[in-house]
Write a protein that binds this ligand. Structure first.
Ligand code: NAD
Length: 482
């Protein structure tokens, strides 16, 4: 699909109460591959935010009372529309975020699947009935929607982060306001259009786009009518939001930053390990919270592994994600490129060796060559901070216990990867990793049917799977005396 066709299809305005409300103030959305403006989007104010919450609150009672099958049908129709409009969604994500087109198509499939999965979960919300063993009273346990939800999403997976939050909210009978990242609002607007076209009643989902994230979010979070805050983004912003949420003891789900270790154990199949590392590092240009951030390789195989990974990374074509054959797009912004190059420079200053990459190509766009660093000292910033870019730092270890200690030496605990063919060795390590998720001989494990989330400072709660629906349900206990 051409960019002109995409622009012609994009809706404009704030989506509030089932209407597209025009806004005087607008902001620019940039293409990170060309540094050109793609479109202008409504720049929402605190008043817009409260209007969106008003709409969600007005729709809440009726939506909570709908039959599960009706909610399921809307989600199913939205799944079908997003799938039919895959060219539109994929082109939009490549243009506003930078990911190569094949990966953008992959995100359409992944993001849409949350709609289908939760359309199926919507009709499986169940409570319990039992007899208390001692008192004999009857115990009725029922599940009810938590109420109006505020969802804040990041720029790295513009469709999937929205569907992963809104599909379970809709399935559970909650209404919602969503605020996308200002870097990538266009995909969320297309998603709002799909929900509207699928017949979602007015006000059930509302969207506020804004460059003033804090200014529009604070009044919503401070409003006692809000019952749930769900956030995906950095740990720093997550902490700020948790403090705000504390005032109302607001129910929260937090999908925060990661610092994933990737461990190559002595028994690893190196073909699998190199491919897994490539997948875990380079998916989404390295801009994934699950990206392999620290590669710890057993000393006996480190030279071979590093050389093979460097060869594969060097062969990945870098360029505009719309161009055929491109495997590595630009980083999302100049700021992101600066952050990644600072981390890279810090590692080199401390003695790391550049096995491949390390520089940026000439011309416009926030590009960085895929980079492999070896002999990285363990105190390098690149091992402590989330890289969020195409840089793979490698260090070695000698014993399994040393690998486990290195892997757990972080405040984060979202994702870890282990490559090993010896099951005993693999499980010894997996059981000791402080991580919400582990990829065993796999570099990509995200799946709508699996519970996604972290421990330690990587977050609270889970998204996807049945656990993802529970986050939008309250449990009510009714004690019955006969
Ligand atoms: P970010 O925290 O800067 O922004 C995330 C969202 O929060 C955006 O919509 C932004 O506009 C908004 N925001 C920023 N400051 C705010 C404030 N004071 N009040 C309210 N909203 C505010 O993160 P980012 O740079 O957009 O995304 C990258 C981060 O997201 C990384 O740390 C990554 O690990 C994390 N992430 C986590 C997951 C996960 O599931 N754990 C998934 C994707 C990304």
């Amino acid at each position: 699909m051409s960019v002109d066709a995409l622009l012609a299809a994009l809706p404009h305005g704030q989506f509030i109460g089932g209407e597209w409300r025009p806004s005087e103030a607008t902001f620019e959305v940039m293409n990170p591959a060309t540094e050109e403006v793609i479109d202008r989007v409504a720049d929402g104010t605190p008043d817009d935010a409260l209007a969106a919450l008003d709409a969600a609150c007005e729709a809440a009672e009726a939506w909570a009372a709908t039959k599960p099958r009706d909610r399921a049908e809307v989600l199913r129709r939205t799944f079908e529309l997003v799938t039919e409009r895959r060219d539109l969604f994929a082109t939009c994500m490549t243009v506003e975020m930078g990911k190569p087109l094949p990966e953008a198509y992959g995100e359409v499939t992944y993001g849409a699947e949350f709609l289908r999965w939760f359309s199926e979960e919507a009709v499986r919300i169940e409570g319990r009935f039992s007899v208390a063993p001692v008192s004999g009273q009857r115990i009725l346990t029922m599940k009810q929607p938590v109420g109006p939800v505020y969802a804040i999403t990041p720029w790295n997976f513009p469709l999937a982060m929205a569907t992963r939050k809104l599909a379970p909210a809709i399935a559970a009978g909650c209404t919602a306001v969503i605020k996308p990242a200002h870097e990538t609002p266009l995909t969320t607007l297309l998603f709002m259009q799909a929900l509207q076209d699928a017949g979602l009643p007015a006000g059930v989902v509302n969207c506020v786009t804004s460059t003033s994230s804090a200014a529009v979010s604070e009044p919503i979070i401070a409003d006692p009518r809000l019952r749930k805050l769900t956030f995906t983004g950095s740990t720093a912003v997550g902490r700020v939001l948790l403090r705000q949420a504390a005032d109302h003891v607001l129910k929260t789900s937090m999908e925060l930053g990661g610092n994933a270790p990737l461990l190559v154990l002595p028994s690893a199949d190196l073909d699998k390990a190199v491919q897994g590392a490539l997948d875990a590092k380079m998916r989404n240009i390295g801009e994934a919270c699950t990206a392999a951030n620290r590669l710890y390789v057993h000393a006996s195989v480190a030279a071979d592994f590093s050389a093979r990974l460097a060869e594969k990374m060097a062969a990945m074509p870098v360029g505009n994600g719309l161009d055929e054959g491109v495997r590595v797009g630009p980083l999302v912004s100049a700021k992101q490129l600066d952050t990644v190059t600072d981390l890279l420079q810090d590692a080199v200053d401390r003695g790391a060796r550049v096995a491949t990459g390390g520089s940026r190509p000439e011309g416009p766009g926030y590009f960085l060559q895929p980079t492999v660093l070896t002999d990285v000292p363990t105190d390098a910033r690149v091992f402590r901070e989330e890289i969020f870019g195409p840089v793979a730092p490698i260090a070695t270890f000698s014993t399994l216990d040393e690998a486990i200690a290195l892997a757990n030496n972080t405040e984060f605990g979202l994702m870890a990867y282990v490559f090993a063919e010896n099951l005993g060795e693999a499980l010894y390590v997996v059981e000791r990793l402080e991580s919400g998720m582990v990829g065993l001989n796999s570099g990509v494990i995200s799946d709508p049917a699996a519970p996604f989330g972290g421990v330690k400072q990587s977050g609270l709660g889970r998204e996807g799977s049945h656990e993802g629906l529970e986050e939008y349900l309250e449990t009510k206990y009714v004690g019955i005396k006969l």
